[in-house]
Design a protein around this ligand. Structure first.
Ligand code: CAA
Length: 381
């Protein structure tokens, strides 16, 4: 593993940093206040190839590796965590599984326009009564000729309110528990498919995070991704890549908050000095810098392992666990350095503090990451 980014990766990083500064950052506060999904930014991100960074060009992707993908999500999240996760879901949770498990016909219909960012996708696993215990999902699909009849409800679906299609996990054989789980692409507008209420959340307000419901919803069997009963593997292997996206999002939020805290510490005067002169502030900045560096290396290591083609489940969970808990610590310290101002909506650290918290919860809580890591290390040592 080479720790130095390639020239191509550095160029991508500079390009995305510029895009984030010019197009994403100016809208971040407004998105937080209104909760409006940033469609125009999504369109511009698609023009830059950020909707399927690590997919082959033959499938509508941009043809970079996953280390590059992690850089993209970090740079966008550094200025706007909502936009970061919107792109992460499009790349990792929708496009990636269709790339890995879809047939050529399915890719032409359900992947290429999404990879190019002409359409938006979402990933519908979680249900009101099945979060960490994803195997307990209760959405049912019954085969009827060349269709499935789907009934059930999904919850907390990022991009759900705007998605043109959802990759929905259903159970086609409940007696087999998780071995009955099957993945179906369900298009918006299919009779019986309804978008439900949007969640009112602490942070990442602009992610169109909604419930989805299916009532006698007729879905062509041709929309099945993989075989019946393979859905749990599709879902969990997809989350491996998704967790790298969330870990990169967490590093981006932490980096953004750190930079603001550093600038504030240099400017803010107390007791006749900039507060950066005080060791108590310097120690906070030192801890923040150290942990961000460690988290970024873990994210890049996991992405590098993904690029080798080997299983990277443990590395992805390690990166997500460390980066998400670090984002909470760093944004906490960044607010502390800002003092009372940091608690005000006038300062972006207030938003970052709220946005960071979800990274410890979605795509598997920290507790689930610890279970996955423990299983991995017990197997390999
Ligand atoms: N890749 C491929 N296969 C995998 C896998 C992976 N990463 N993990 C497990 N599997 C396979 C196993 O090999 C096993 O297959 P066999 O039976 O053929 O051996 C099968 O799947 C079951 O594996 P486990 O027994 O290890 O799985 P489990 O049922 O004990 O549960 C779990 C594992 C870790 C609890 C899992 O259910 C999990 O990760 N839960 C959390 C769910 C989650 O992260 N949800 C996030 C929702 S999406 C979201 O949040 C999006 C958003 O808003 C942005």
């Amino acid at each position: 593993m080479n720790l130095e980014l390639s020239e191509e990766q550095k160029l991508l990083q500079r390009t995305v940093r510029e895009f984030a500064e010019n197009e994403v950052k100016p809208l971040a506060r407004e998105l937080d206040e209104t909760g409006h999904f940033p469609r125009e930014t999504f369109r511009k991100a698609a023009e830059l190839g950020l909707t399927a960074v690590a997919l082959p060009e033959s499938e509508g992707g941009t043809g970079f590796d996953h280390v590059s993908y992690s850089i993209v999500i970090e740079e966008i999240s550094r200025v706007c965590a909502s936009t970061g996760v919107i792109l992460s879901v499009q790349n990792s949770l929708y496009c990636d599984p269709i790339h890995r498990f879809g047939t050529e016909e399915q890719k032409a219909k359900f992947l290429a326009p999404f990879a190019r960012g002409e359409k938006i996708g979402c990933y519908a696993l979680t249900e009101p009564q099945a979060g960490s215990n994803a195997a307990a999902l209760a959405t049912r699909a019954v085969r009827d000729g060349d269709h499935y009849i789907v009934n059930g409800a999904k919850a907390w679906i990022t991009n759900g309110g705007v998605a043109d299609a959802a990759l929905v996990y259903v159970n086609t054989d409940p007696a087999k528990s998780e071995k009955g789980i099957t993945a179906l692409v369900i298009e918006r507008g299919t009779p019986g498919f309804k978008v439900g209420k949007e969640e009112k959340k602490l942070g990442i307000h602009a992610t169109a995070c909604t419930e989805l419901s299916f009532t006698d919803c007729e879905v062509p069997a041709a929309n099945r991704i993989g075989n019946e009963g393979e859905g749990y593997k599709v879902a969990l292997s997809t989350l491996d890549g998704g967790r790298i996206g969330i870990a990169a999002q967490a590093v981006g939020i932490a980096q953004g908050a750190f930079e603001l805290a550093l600038a504030y510490a240099r400017e803010r005067q107390a007791f006749g000095h900039p507060i950066a002169d005080f060791q108590t502030i310097q120690f906070m900045l030192a801890d923040m810098a150290t942990e961000i560096d460690a988290a970024r290396l873990l994210v890049r290591k996991a992405a590098w392992k993904q690029d080798t083609g080997s299983r990277f489940t443990t590395e992805a969970s390690i990166a997500k666990l460390f980066a998400s808990e670090l984002a909470t610590r760093v944004t906490h310290k960044a607010m502390q350095i800002h003092g009372g101002n940091g608690y005000s909506r006038e300062y972006a650290v207030e938003r970052m503090y709220r946005d960071a918290r979800i990274t410890e919860i979605y795509e598997g809580t920290s507790e689930i990451q610890r279970l996955v890591i423990a299983a991995g290390v017990l197997k390999s040592f």
